[in-house]
Design a protein around this ligand. Structure first.
Ligand code: ZN
Length: 672
């Protein structure tokens, strides 16, 4: 599971002053591209640097997989756009051209034609006529024209897919009551209905199996000539060309592993990529979660299932990282006390774990981002996702320090808090404690929240169905919010005093009730599960506190502000909510979960929404951010051995995307 960016407006930690480094790369559409620094890389040993070098190569080889998973036309569209981008001989000073450049950059950012966050198709601001003219103006041999077809055929195929708002309008449709598979443009299913897919996987499930594999995780489900079967992602299966190259680099990485445990992890992952066997994937996940001593760590594979409307199939991603030894002290302390937190949480005894195992938490420095972690990235990761592995073997949880640091640096002085925060009192709180409580919220969410609680015997882990991710994220957030105000954290010395939590509470309520709406287009509902989770908590808490005026919406000069009157009472409310969400999860109470989500998490007050959009727009900020990667440069001796690895931070956004599309073009454009 992922923690996504919720605290971009928080003040950064003052001590993280890194004025030398240039964090900002460029802005376009609703996006801002930043750069992150791989702090501490130079201090690693040569073998550690080599390991990171090989793993980052393995990471970059998977890029095409995600494009294809996000939609079957994405690679063809990307290839076409890139050919025009580099070869177009026409006038590059027109508005049409500027719109074309923006669209191409958006497609790179989203790894496809649907918005990375909302999953709505974004439309080009240039005309279909311009597109046709541009396609015809470049060398046809460089275009993805299929055998027996012409450039005109290519234009005719791609035009409605790019320009017609009714064609493939959503990548991942979550609207209750529709066939979520048929109405989603993602490429995890082909020719099957939701009912057929659910029946296919339900038939595989054995309710008595206590160690079930993650059914359907690494395949596309297709129906051909009336027969439904899986196309498994593996070296001699679907995406085999890309997987072969990933494996090649993983083999090199295994040769310089830091220790036997890490070597075993890499070798098991290779075995899984060769066989596609989900039992092997679970064995790999167990080895991975047990490898706690290595400094360097990585994720490389089909991991998160947010992109599948029914939550089974995973998108490909990779992140390579190494432990930030100093900052890990904080999360170490939290995880050492995991049992205390479990026992003292406001949830019912029946839903608590007797023994919270191995919630290993650490703070890491990201070294490369790839697949579904690039350019938009999580700031925390908690894996593996299989419930029984988490229950038996624990999970590993990380917060990614150099990315949150880069966000904070880039957001300095952007005017957001001046516009939306109620008064100087709250602004002062945020300036003083926003940074630390923001990091801590992520830690608690990842280290404790997701790992806490248990299902009652016999409860299907997928019982909450399409609302599962929203409720799970809410559970983890509420766990974090509840404990943020606990004196235990002050005792442990990880929060400076018993006032600091208020910064986080204010942030949560302001964001959940108001400011996150700036990410939603006018007239749209909330779709993304972390956003639903935040509004669910805030709107529901608002209702629960109404009678006692725990918080209110105050209007000053026609602008609305969130004002919290009673922080202590708000904490009680968070505790009450946590207990209920845990009950819903533990009992698999789909109906209660559905009612909560539908009442609080989805719908948007149009009036408030418009106000937030207008005020936000006046600030001229980008709602979404992402990163370019550094370039890893290996130096070799005469025998071909790596003698050093250095980092180059000068590569631009388009430059990087075009280079990746050339050097890491690992799949055919069409993967039918
Ligand atoms: Zn989460």
């Amino acid at each position: 599971m992922l923690a996504s960016l919720s605290l971009i407006s928080c003040a950064p930690n003052a001590e993280k002053e890194q004025a030398e480094f240039d964090y900002k790369v460029e802005r376009f559409a609703d996006l801002e591209i930043l750069r992150y620094e791989v702090t501490g890389f130079d201090e690693l040993t040569l073998d550690q640097k080599k390991l990171i070098y090989y793993l980052q190569e393995a990471a970059l080889q998977g890029r095409d997989i995600l494009f294809d998973q996000n939609g079957k036309w994405n690679l063809a569209i990307r290839k076409t756009l890139e050919t025009i981008y580099t070869d177009y001989q026409g006038d590059r000073t027109t508005d049409e051209w500027a719109a074309f450049e923006t669209y191409t950059k958006q497609v790179w950012f989203a790894n496809g034609i649907h918005h990375h966050y909302s999953s709505d198709k974004f439309l080009p601001a240039f005309s279909a006529e311009f597109f046709a003219e541009a396609v015809k103006s470049v060398d046809a041999n460089k275009l993805p024209v299929r055998d027996g077809e012409t450039v005109e055929d290519l234009i005719a195929t791609l035009t409605p897919i790019m320009f017609d708002p009714t064609v493939m309008p959503k990548r991942t449709n979550q609207a209750d009551g529709e066939d979520l598979i048929l109405t989603s443009a993602g490429n995890y299913y082909d020719g099957v209905t939701q009912q057929e897919a659910e029946a296919f996987y339900n038939a595989m499930k054995d309710p008595k199996d206590e160690t079930p594999i993650s059914y359907g995780l690494n395949s596309r489900l297709v129906k051909r000539n009336g027969k439904i079967y899986e196309e498994v992602y593996k070296i001699d299966g679907r995406y085999g060309d890309a997987i072969a190259r990933i494996v090649e680099w993983l083999e090199k990485a295994a040769g310089v592993a830091e220790n036997d445990a890490q070597k075993a992890v890499i070798e098991k992952l290779i075995e899984y990529y060769r066989t596609g066997d989900l039992r092997t994937f679970d064995e790999y996940a167990i080895l991975w979660v047990q490898d706690l001593d290595s400094r360097i760590d990585f994720v490389n594979g089909f991991t998160e299932s947010y992109g599948d409307p029914i939550g089974l199939k995973a998108s490909w991603e990779s992140i390579v990282n190494f432990k930030d030894l100093e900052a890990s002290r904080r999360t170490q302390l939290i995880s050492e006390n995991a049992q205390w937190f479990e026992e003292n949480s406001p949830t019912d005894k029946r839903f608590k774990k007797d023994n919270v195992k191995g919630v290993a938490a650490k703070v890491i420095t990201a070294a490369i981002l790839a697949g579904d972690c690039y350019p938009s990235t999580p700031i925390g990761i908690n894996l593996p996702n299989a419930n029984w592995i988490r229950a038996t073997h624990g999970s590993k949880s990380v917060t990614i320090d150099n990315l949150t640091g880069a966000y904070a640096e880039a957001a300095k002085g952007n005017g957001f808090n001046e516009e939306f925060v109620y008064s100087d009192v709250e602004r002062e709180l945020l300036a003083q404690y926003g940074g630390i409580t923001g990091d801590l919220h992520t830690d608690l969410h990842e280290c404790l929240g997701h790992g806490s609680g248990k299902l009652l015997p016999g409860v299907d882990p997928d019982a909450l169905r399409s609302h599962g991710s929203t409720l799970e994220e809410a559970r983890a957030d509420l766990f974090a919010l509840y404990y943020m105000a606990d004196t235990k954290l002050v005792e442990l010395g990880i929060i400076p005093n018993d006032e600091a939590y208020k910064a986080c509470y204010y942030q949560q309520m302001m964001n959940g009730l108001m400011t996150q709406l700036h990410r939603i287009e006018p007239g749209k509902d909330i779709e993304e599960s972390h956003m639903r989770d935040r509004q669910l908590i805030a709107a529901w808490a608002y209702d629960l506190g109404k009678a006692e005026n725990v918080m209110e919406i105050v209007v000053v000069d026609g602008k609305r502000y969130v004002k919290i009157n009673d922080y202590v009472k708000l904490r009680e409310i968070f505790g009450q909510q946590l207990a209920e969400i845990q009950r819903i999860k533990s009992e698999g109470d789909y109906e209660a979960g559905r009612i909560l989500v539908e009442k609080y998490a989805v719908k948007v007050d149009a009036d408030l929404h418009n106000e937030v959009l207008a005020r936000y727009e006046a600030l001229n900020l980008a709602p979404y951010k992402g990163f370019v990667n550094p370039v890893y440069v290996a130096e070799y001796d005469a025998e071909g051995n790596i003698t050093n690895v250095t980092l180059d931070y000068t590569e631009g956004y388009a430059e990087q995307m075009l280079r990746y599309s050339t050097e890491y073009a690992t799949l055919p454009v069409y993967n039918d």
